[in-house]
Structure formats: C-alpha cells, structure tokens
Design a protein around this ligand. Structure first.
Ligand SMILES: Cc1cc2nc3c(=O)[nH]c(=O)nc-3n(C[C@H](O)[C@H](O)[C@H](O)COP(=O)(O)OP(=O)(O)OC[C@H]3O[C@@H](n4cnc5c(N)ncnc54)[C@H](O)[C@@H]3O)c2cc1C
Length: 406
C-alpha cells in the first residue's frame, strides 16, 4: 500500500481502525446515526444539538475534512486512513459531520491554487464549520457557455468592484461567502478575460432572491451584484486566469456528483418499500409472489443493477489508480455523465415499479415515502443539468479525453 513516499502498513491501518472505532464509540452522538440533517457550516442556520455537537467534535480532530493538512484545520490523514474513517462511520450509520461547497469544491481548489493566507483564512473556517459557500458561476446568459459570462469586475486597487447578475446560485440565501467567476477583461478572447474571486455575502452590494419551485422549496437563488466588493487578497490564481481555477473547481464538483456516494450507487432511502433487487421488488405493489410480472421491466431492473455494479467497480479502480488521492482532470466528466444518467434512470425505474402509487403529490391515498419517491423522481431531473449538462460532459469527453477534433 503506498501513498507518495509514505508507506502505510496493514498493521498501522489496523491499529488506526481500532483507535477510530473506540473514538467514534465515545464521541458519535446517537442523533447523527441514520438518515437526517447534515451540518452545512452556515452561520445563518441553527442545527439540531447532536448535529452541532458531532460537527464540533469531528472538527476538533480535523476529521470534518480528514485528508486536508492539519495546519488548515484538516486531519492530515492519508487516503487509506480516511477510507478507514469512512468505513467505521458507515459501520455505525454515522452521517457526515459537515458537507458543503467549501468542503467538496472550494477547499480542494484552494489547496491547489490558494495563497498561504487564503488557505489559512478560508480553509480553516470551512474545516471548523464556520462558513457556508455558494457558487457564482451561471448567469442568465451563461450556462453551458459559461465562458460567455458578463459579470464585470473593475480593478480599484485594493479591491474589485463587481456589477452583474448570477443565477441558479444554490444555497445563496444561507451562504456566508461566494466563490465567483467575473470578467476582468472584455477585450480578449472570452476564456482569457475571466478571474476567480471570493466575496462575503453579507455586504450592501449583494442581494439574493430565492427562486421558488413548484414543490414550495427554494434550493437556489438569483444573486444580484450592485457595486459588490471582493478584496484583492481574495483573488484566487492570477488576474484573467480564472478559467483555469474555475475549471479545476468544476472537476472537483463533478467528481463528487459522479462519485461513489451518489444515487447511482446508493441503496434506496430507508422506508421506501421498493428495491431494485428483483427478489425484493415492491412486494406491496406487485401481485402474486412479489416478482415483477412484466418481463421488459424485469430486464430493465437487471440491466440497471449491472450498470450500477460496473460503475462502482470502475469508480473504485479509478480511485486506486490515483495514488495521491487527487481528483482526476477531464476524466471526471466520464463519471459525471454516467453517474448522473444512472441516478436519473434509477428514479425512473422506482416510479415504474410503484405503478400508480408513484404518482402521489399529496393526500391520504399516498404514504410519506410514496410522496417522497415522486419528489425524488422530479428532483432527479436536475442531476443531468447541474455541474454541466450531459451534453456538455459529452463534448468535454469527445474533445479533451478522446482528443476528437472540434
Ligand atoms: C439544481 C440545480 C442547481 C444549480 N446550482 C448552481 C449553482 O449553485 N451555481 C451556479 O453557478 N449554477 C448552478 N446551476 C446552473 C447549472 O450549472 C446550469 O443550469 C447548467 O450549466 C446549464 O446551463 P443553462 O441552464 O443555462 O442551460 P443552457 O446552457 O441554456 O442549455 C440548454 C440545453 O442546451 C444544451 N446545450 C447547450 N450548449 C450545448 C452544446 N454546445 N452542445 C450540445 N448541447 C448544448 C444543454 O445541454 C441543455 O440541454 C444549477 C442548476 C440546477 C438544475
């Protein structure tokens, strides 16, 4: 087993596992076992006492971001050690202590591109659950063509003055900070005039308007920047080279979206009475012995299971091939595309298996799980859009992975 120059023996890992198991036994509150709330780091929200306690205890050990260096609030664990930690948490059903765009996207990007001051300031706050981040990329006229963005940042010496609009900004209403792509030069080819800046959400120049969905919830917002300010010290990477940083962040985002913890591989939510294992499928909904009577649907279920198993194995192999644990480059698009498609197809299948019980929106005729399944099906339509659509991933794979001509 190897990690760069560092060799970790099986004995070390066994001792580490015992230490982790004992520590979790003493420190993991019962209230964070099983499905439920996960701390988002937002200072604008309050969390259940056990969720808060769990985050704080894990943060103290650096295990909210276990592989980050200790000097930035991480645990300094090797990839193998963090796998052990994850396995031990799964064993007792513990939820992640902290999860947000800082832990998954901005943090890994700052580790690669941030200055020492940026790492100390922002990574430590993220690790300790003191800052939730949102992503200011998309604009009304720039989605798939992200490099066409027009949010303008003027250089004012110590700071940038920013004017423009972002949209689909997930969690902006609860975020403390935003990482944002802005245009700092309008007179060069579009990819070359973009910069990557960090700015606090609590300032007069920023206002957010939540976008209501038909379900009544608001996962994202329109974000207006009217003379908003980003300090010069919060420019990440070089001026006008924000595309390099922004693209790398998307790879971290996509690696999470196409990762092993997604719906493409995840067991069904607790309480949903259908399962994609043929033997167990929808006993409540299917007549007779519980087998799926429709042979076409039976084939589809088996095909999905096979695709999911192959996806899992490929993910594991790809993970093992990356020795330093770093997120892959353009190849993340392969996993995003395939994982998102699998996740969407899974919800389609669940609905088909549920028959008319899968069409519940509200009312006594449907259980909470059934209503939940219908809403999950609707939500699954977004998976092939956020982080870059399936078509965009296919374009990246064609050009950057397979080297096909434009
Ligand atoms: C749930 C959700 C959360 C989101 N959260 C955020 C967020 O936090 N921050 C943020 O910045 N953005 C966020 N987004 C926005 C997301 O990144 C964009 O929706 C996405 O990039 C697509 O852009 P668009 O919506 O403008 O669609 P468009 O770019 O207008 O695309 C419309 C259709 O045309 C296709 N298309 C476009 N160009 C091409 C091409 N060259 N080749 C082939 N097909 C093409 C697309 O695949 C798509 O099917 C979120 C989106 C969703 C659904």
């Amino acid at each position: 087993m190897g990690l760069g120059n560092q060799e970790i023996s099986v004995t070390d890992l066994t001792a580490f596992r015992e230490e982790v198991r004992a520590w979790l036994g003493e420190n993991c509150p019962d209230g964070v076992k099983g499905p439920g709330e996960v701390h988002s780091g937002s200072t604008k929200l309050s969390f259940e006492p056990d969720t808060q306690l769990w985050m704080e205890r894990m943060a103290e050990r650096g295990w909210t971001v276990a592989t980050w260096p200790k000097e930035y609030g991480g645990g300094g664990l090797s990839v193998e050690e963090s796998q052990v930690l994850n396995e031990e948490m799964s064993r007792i059903g513990a939820r992640p202590p902290l999860m947000n765009m800082g832990t998954r996207m901005l943090g890994p990007t700052l580790l690669e591109y941030g200055t020492e001051d940026q790492k100390k300031k922002h990574l430590t706050a993220i690790a300790q659950g003191r800052a939730a981040w949102c992503q200011g990329y998309s604009e009304p006229g720039a989605g798939s063509d992200l490099a066409g963005l027009r949010c303008r940042a003027e250089d004012k010496g110590d700071y940038f003055l920013i004017n423009g609009q972002k949209t689909w900004t997930s969690g902006a209403q609860h975020a403390d900070w935003m990482f944002c792509l802005v245009r700092t030069d309008f007179d060069v080819p579009k990819h070359q005039g973009i910069s990557f800046v960090l700015l606090p959400m609590d300032q007069d120049g920023i206002s957010v308007r939540p976008i209501d969905l038909i379900s009544g919830i608001s996962p994202f917002c329109e974000t207006f920047l009217d003379n908003a300010i980003a300090e010069k010290q919060d420019l990440v990477g070089q001026i006008n080279d924000g595309w390099t940083v922004g693209k790398r962040l998307l790879q971290h985002e996509r690696s999470g979206q196409g990762g092993l913890g997604t719906a493409a591989t995840r067991p069904l939510p607790v309480g949903v009475t259908v399962d994609l294992n043929v033997e167990e499928v929808g006993m409540e909904y299917l007549p007779g012995d519980g087998r799926i009577s429709d042979p076409t649907l039976r084939d589809e279920v088996i095909a999905w299971n096979m695709r999911s198993a192959a996806f899992k194995s490929t993910q594991r192999r790809a993970g093992e091939e990356v020795k330093d644990g770093k997120t892959q480059g353009e190849a993340t698009s392969v996993f995003k595309l395939y994982g998102a498609t699998l996740a969407r197809d899974r919800q389609d299948l669940i609905l088909q298996l549920m028959g008319s019980q899968g069409l519940g929106w509200e009312g006594e005729a449907f259980s909470a799980d059934e209503v939940g399944a219908t809403r999950s099906w609707l939500a699954s339509k977004a998976v092939t859009i956020y982080g870059g659509t399936n078509e965009v991933q296919a374009n990246i794979i064609a050009k950057r992975v397979l080297g096909l001509p434009d």
